[in-house]
Design a protein around this ligand. Structure first.
Ligand code: ADP
Ligand code: MG
Length: 399
């Protein structure tokens, strides 16, 4: 298996017109579109709920919602995704606009993301027919869910003509939709980068203040390789909750409102005074050092120091593996295999852990070699995506 080729936005649009015609035959053609990209986090893991920093980038893989108003009070949406559980779920959803009846969670489940955005949108929505197509793999840790929310929001902006000028509001509505309609208590990062991403830049987000800063990634000799481990260990949800509790316990013991305000000195003193047990110490150490690493990483990237950036990625992984203990054998193996190849600057797990993806900073001309080496040693059918930082949400008011 070599690098996965995903559809470009132009290819998705072409397929979208055909798909629309098939599902809504005889009517007018689509004339509006919203686009939301997936994302990957470069560094800053398990820092968001500790009021720290994250450094994600938007992916070239996107979700599009393509359609038009239908002069009725009904929204009709169909997804082209073959990844939803078609045996149990229809790929078609129909519901009345909220001014007729408040929207509620229901089936098919995927449509809850769409309904959530419409329910939380800033103005009255009109009836529409639309198709959804995506090049973001579903459930693969690259945030297809945020890309769907952001594509939906952008489409609604296009059909209502009511564009949100304060982009943070758009971010919050999409996050709220996921909380309230999909029941996922996600942080702010995914929707933030999907809305705000800029071509050729990562985005440093301060999860405490929501201040954000673009960080250029301009040297075309380097690329990021995402490797999907194809593993999802069942314990991930429970362990995630446990880590959150452990971080809270650490900040209580250190007498700070969040680990953002703690320092290694405080932590070491608490340990020396016997106030903190080893497990809580290690969890806090990861968070405190990761927050610093993320700030430093943004700084060195903006100076074009890719070598140092790669080293910080390695340190981040080691800390997640040894102190936060959220890696797993498969992720460690992928990282070790990549790091052995000359021309790899750094490699780490990305996302919550216990499976999901790794991200590797590589010189462009050795990507195929890294892929070959991983393929020959890693036996769980990995998937590879070669990516550079891409742009955020787009609104098309004519096509
Ligand atoms: P991730 O965001 O990491 O891809 P999630 O479990 O958070 O994984 O979100 C995946 C869910 O989002 C899918 O199961 C589906 O309900 C919904 N979804 C995402 N993209 C699409 C799409 N193109 N069509 C329909 N549903 C989608
Ligand atoms: Mg998601």
């Amino acid at each position: 298996m070599s690098v996965t080729q995903t559809d470009t936005m132009e290819e998705l649009i072409k397929k979208g017109f055909e798909f629309f015609d098939k599902h809504f035959p005889g009517g007018k053609k689509p004339d509006k579109m919203g686009v939301g990209p997936g994302r990957v986090n470069l560094i800053g893991e398990h820092t968001d709920y500790n009021e720290g920093y994250v450094l994600p980038m938007a992916l070239p893989m996107v979700t599009i919602m393509l359609g038009r108003t239908n002069d009725t009070d009904t929204c009709r949406v169909v997804t082209a995704s073959s990844d939803i559980d078609c045996a149990k779920e229809s790929n078609y959803a129909e519901f009345k606009i909220p001014s007729i009846k408040p929207l509620s969670v229901g089936v098919p489940k995927w449509a809850n993301y769409v309904k959530g955005v419409i329910a939380c949108f800033q103005s009255i929505v009109v009836g529409f027919d639309a198709v959804i197509l995506s090049s973001v793999p579903l459930g693969g840790g690259l945030s297809s869910s945020a890309s769907l929310e952001v594509a939906t929001y952008s489409f609604i902006e296009a059909i209502t003509g009511n564009k949100t000028t304060q982009l943070v509001k758009k971010v919050m509505v999409c996050q709220n939709a996921e909380h309230m309609f999909a029941g996922v208590p996600c942080g702010i990062m995914d929707q933030f980068i999907s809305v705000m991403g800029v071509d050729g830049h990562a985005l440093l987000i301060d999860c405490k203040t929501l201040q954000h800063e673009l960080v250029p990634f301009t040297d075309t000799n380097y690329l990021f390789l995402i490797t999907n481990s194809n593993i999802h260990h069942e314990l991930s949800d429970g362990q995630y909750q446990l880590r959150r509790f452990q971080c809270e316990e650490a900040s209580d013991l250190l007498n700070v409102t969040s680990l953002r305000s703690a320092t290694l000195d405080n932590l070491n003193r608490a340990r020396d005074e016997g106030k903190i047990n080893l497990v809580i110490y290690k969890r806090a150490k990861h968070v405190i050092t990761e927050i610093e690493r993320t700030k430093t990483a943004a700084n060195v990237l903006s100076q074009g120091d890719y070598k140092k950036f790669g080293e910080l990625m390695n340190e981040s992984h080691n800390s997640l593996r040894d102190d936060f203990e959220v890696s797993c054998r498969e992720l460690d193996q992928l990282v070790e295999l990549a790091r052995k190849v000359p021309g790899v600057l750094g490699s780490r797990m990305t996302g919550g852990g216990f499976g999901g993806c790794t991200i590797t900073l590589v010189e462009r001309n050795i990507v195929d070699l890294v892929v070959d080496i991983i393929n020959s040693e890693y036996k769980q059918d990995p998937k590879f995506y070669v990516v550079s930082p891409s742009c955020g949400a787009k609104i098309f008011t004519s096509l």
